[in-house]
Design a protein. Structure first.
Length: 428
């Protein structure tokens, strides 16, 4: 058993910024596995059970490995953080109560892991939400994945694949920690730390506030994302990444899912956006067109949560990062292949949000067009060859994103509801 007050654990979890079950009644917490990494760090896995119908979830806890008057104490001080990274650097295998932790390296000669000082400095990334990130000597960044899910995390799986095919538009993946036994999951990933001039969101919003839409830079971003999609579709000898044709059943399934999202959104928005109900039939007609699109183009692995916050400027270039996908979605959904238009739709919606935030909504259109121009230069071959079908795919996935945005804002940021609401009501 964990050497902590298990009765106090639910309340402690609900106060952690990385805990995804905030607001959900916790029925109980069960100790699943644990390993002492260093004198100051106990890394453990716990299963959190909720009131039905929400399924149980597993989380990684980094704790001080002793009891005392301090109660439950986070264990990632600097020495413990260095010990955690050491599992990767030294390719350690550490026995746990129910299995083993294993470190692996995926780097090459001249790796930042080899250039760290004897006792690297440690600093914590303050903006992290669903995970915990630590930076060592401003050379290596390690992400402790808090929510543990069975299987290989897409951050590791996609990063390793992109390294194999030579894609350079993302910070290099250096290594990972996995656990087997009671839980089989990715626990942490390490990347080369990149000095950032600006994240994509700040870069675009600030330019729009100046009235200077960064058209050239956004076109370059489109090219970078197109290169990413082309890389993800470049191998047929790896079943997890081999591109697959879009079939009629895919189009029907996407349309059916979209109808369900439309109905759910109209119902949830009845009070806040009553006008949406009157648009339901018109939007349903748009969805019906998706079923008639051509069986052309391919389904591929993709970023899965692409927006301006997932790209950054470094040395005048765009880099794409964080391939974990939407953390709220199950792992199998985040690994599912889809048309790359899904990623594109996410970025186009991000431009709309940036323009609305800058109070320059009229400047979203040139950014959309610039991004699409750049993306098509590199990845148009992944979409249906018929222009109408390609357009229907993109419009349908933008609608899906809009519906999700409205539901999210209704539940989390009511002041932002007018952004997706206005675009939904004006969409054709």
């Amino acid at each position: 058993m964990l050497p902590i007050d298990m009765q106090a654990l639910p309340a402690w979890l609900s106060q952690q910024r990385w805990f995804g079950g905030k607001g959900a009644p916790i029925a109980g917490v069960r100790d699943v596995d644990r390993a002492q990494i260093s004198p100051g760090l106990l890394l453990s896995a716990v299963e959190v059970r909720y009131a039905a119908p929400r399924p149980a979830e597993s989380y990684a806890l980094a704790l001080r490995p002793w009891t005392g008057a301090d109660g439950i104490v986070e264990g990632l001080d600097d020495d413990a953080a260095r010990a955690l990274l050491g599992i990767i650097r030294q390719r350690l295998r550490i026995a746990t109560a129910a299995g083993a932790l294993k470190g692996e390296r995926l780097d090459g000669p001249g790796s930042p892991l080899d250039r760290l000082s004897a006792v690297p400095t440690v600093r914590r990334m303050g903006a992290e939400q669903s995970n915990t990130s630590l930076v060592f000597d401003d050379r290596v960044i390690l992400k402790l994945i808090r929510k543990l899910e069975h299987g290989k995390n897409p951050e590791l799986e996609v990063g390793a694949f992109l390294a194999r095919v030579g894609f350079t538009g993302t910070p290099p993946l250096l290594g990972a920690i996995s656990v087997t036994g009671a839980v089989d999951a990715t626990v942490a990933v390490a990347h080369a730390f990149v000095r950032v001039e600006s994240d994509g969101w700040s870069y675009v919003v600030e330019a729009l506030r100046r009235g200077e839409p960064p058209v050239r830079e956004v076109r370059e971003l489109g090219e970078r994302v197109g290169d990413l999609h082309a890389a993800l579709a470049s191998r047929t000898d790896d079943e997890a990444f081999a591109p697959e044709p879009i079939r009629r059943q895919d189009l029907r399934a996407w349309a059916e899912c979209l109808r369900g999202e439309l109905d759910r959104t109209v119902e949830q928005a009845r009070s806040a956006v009553p006008e949406l109900a009157a648009r339901r039939d018109a939007l349903a007609e748009r969805i019906a067109r998706l079923e008639q699109a051509a069986e052309d183009g391919v389904r591929i692995r993709q970023h899965g949560d692409l927006h301006l916050g997932q790209v950054m400027r470094s040395e005048g270039q765009w880099l794409v990062f964080d391939f974990e996908g939407e953390p709220a979605r199950p792992l199998h959904e985040r690994r599912t292949k889809h048309t790359p238009a899904k990623d594109v739709a996410g970025m186009l919606r991000s431009f709309a949000y940036a323009a609305a935030t800058a109070e320059r909504r009229e400047l979203a259109a040139p950014l959309r067009e610039a991004f699409l121009q750049g993306w098509r230069r590199r990845a148009a071959h992944l979409l249906p060859r018929e222009e109408r079908s390609a357009r229907i795919l993109l419009e349908s996935l933008e609608l899906e994103k809009l519906l999700y945005e409205l539901r999210y804002e209704l539940g989390h940021r009511p002041d932002w509801v007018p952004i997706p609401a206005a675009d939904l009501l004006e969409s054709k």
